[in-house]
Design a protein around this ligand. Structure first.
Ligand code: NAD
Length: 353
């Protein structure tokens, strides 16, 4: 198995392999960058086909968290953890507590949270062996499910995109195609419907689409048909890599912005969207609302502060749109430039004089 030569390993500060034979825990904690503060990122549990797959995933995800925190203006770094295993069969209190002990040994350099395959309730168990956890249930001093805040951030980001694309106009009367009606997508539909947008929705879960039709008068299309819907906005809120060679030619929208992570299959697709005149809201900027919320748990949560930070998210997106247009660059590349500038400034302040 390759480690130092693994793709994207080189710019990571620290990667820790964890084993606890008693509970069956096998996990990897990756700390990408702590220039801005301790590394925050969720702990994913997934039955990876190989250790290489798990390593690749954790390295890719932890770097994304560095960019997300930097672009959101948070004093936090980027990290991530993956547990190798099937969450339906192998997730036990003993395993979660062993994961907590592993996080605790990082002495605050890594702060964990829920992710795919783990729940807010699981982190009540992890919290028994470490205090370096955010996104805890309300009864344990946390702020509960971050998804509604992620949805609000996406909504405010789409408003910013609409203002940029349509000379200050709002979302009222616009058609938005929403892919995925899960924790984030559902709340996003609610905000959009309240703002007077018309909704076209798709989900592989037919109960969810039926409920959206009833609750928001949404038009329902088959999952594969959502890309070709004639809409003002396409909002991917299901899975990654949905903007790819197959889907790009189908798109008939002016703006793309949604909650899903890693929406662009590769960087070249950002350039293709720019060439086609589609305004793309970089995923790690527009979907940072949940991270902003759980980050506030560390310093004492205040609703006014959260509202301010979410307005900041929308303002950052507007600045990215303007700068990308001025420089003739894809918005995703511009967002990465912005995050890297903030990281460089932090490193320069820390460098011995
Ligand atoms: P979720 O699992 O609650 O919802 C995902 C929804 O997508 C489900 O309803 C599922 O049935 C649907 N889906 C799956 N495959 C589909 C397909 N091919 N076509 C249409 N629908 C499909 O997840 P979530 O918490 O709502 O998150 C949505 C996305 O946003 C994920 O990619 C997640 O990683 C990302 N994200 C979530 C948060 C958060 O706060 N929850 C924060 C940042 C990013």
């Amino acid at each position: 198995m390759t480690v130092f030569s693994a793709e994207s390993f080189a710019d990571h500060e620290q990667v820790v392999f964890v084993s606890d034979p008693d509970s069956g825990l096998r996990a990897i904690i990756a700390i990408h960058d702590t220039s801005l503060g301790p590394a925050l990122g969720g702990c994913r549990m997934y039955p990876y086909p190989s250790e290489e797959d798990a390593l690749r995933d954790v390295l890719r995800l932890s770097r994304g968290m560095t960019y997300k925190a930097a672009a959101a203006g948070l004093d936090l770094g980027g990290g991530k953890a993956v547990i190798i295993g099937d969450p339906r069969r192998q997730k036990t209190p003993a395993l979660l507590q062993a994961m907590g002990r592993a996080v605790d040994r990082m002495a605050g350099r890594y702060i964990t949270a829920e992710d795919v395959g783990t729940t807010v309730a699981d982190f009540a168990e992890v919290h028994k062996t470490t205090r370096h956890v955010v996104g805890l249930p309300v009864e344990l001093g946390g702020t509960g499910d971050p998804s509604p805040t992620t949805a609000l951030g996406v909504f405010l980001g789409l408003e910013a995109a609409a203002r940029h694309r349509w000379n200050g106009r709002t979302l009222s009367g616009r058609t938005v195609a929403v892919q995925g009606l899960g924790n984030v997508g559902w709340h996003l539909c609610r905000y959009l419907a309240e703002a007077g947008a018309r909704l076209v929705v798709a989900d592989v879960d037919e109960d969810r689409t039926a409920r959206a039709a009833a609750a928001f008068s949404a038009e329902v299309v088959r999952p594969q048909a959502i890309y070709a819907v004639e809409a003002d906005i396409f909002a991917p809120c299901a899975m990654g890599a949905v903007l790819n060679d197959e889907t790009l030619p189908q798109l008939r929208c002016a703006i793309i912005g949604g909650a899903a992570n890693n929406q662009l299959a590769c960087d070249a697709h950002g350039e293709r969207l720019r060439e086609r005149g589609i305004l793309y809201a970089p995923d790690f900027v527009i979907n940072a609302g949940g991270m902003i919320r759980v980050a506030l748990e560390r310093d004492g949560f205040a609703q006014a502060l959260l509202d301010d930070r979410l307005k900041g998210l929308a303002a950052t997106l507007s600045a990215i749109f303007e700068r990308a247009e001025r420089d003739g660059k894809p918005t995703q590349a511009t967002a990465i430039d912005l995050a890297q500038e903030r990281l460089r400034a932090a490193r320069a302040r820390q460098a011995p004089s």
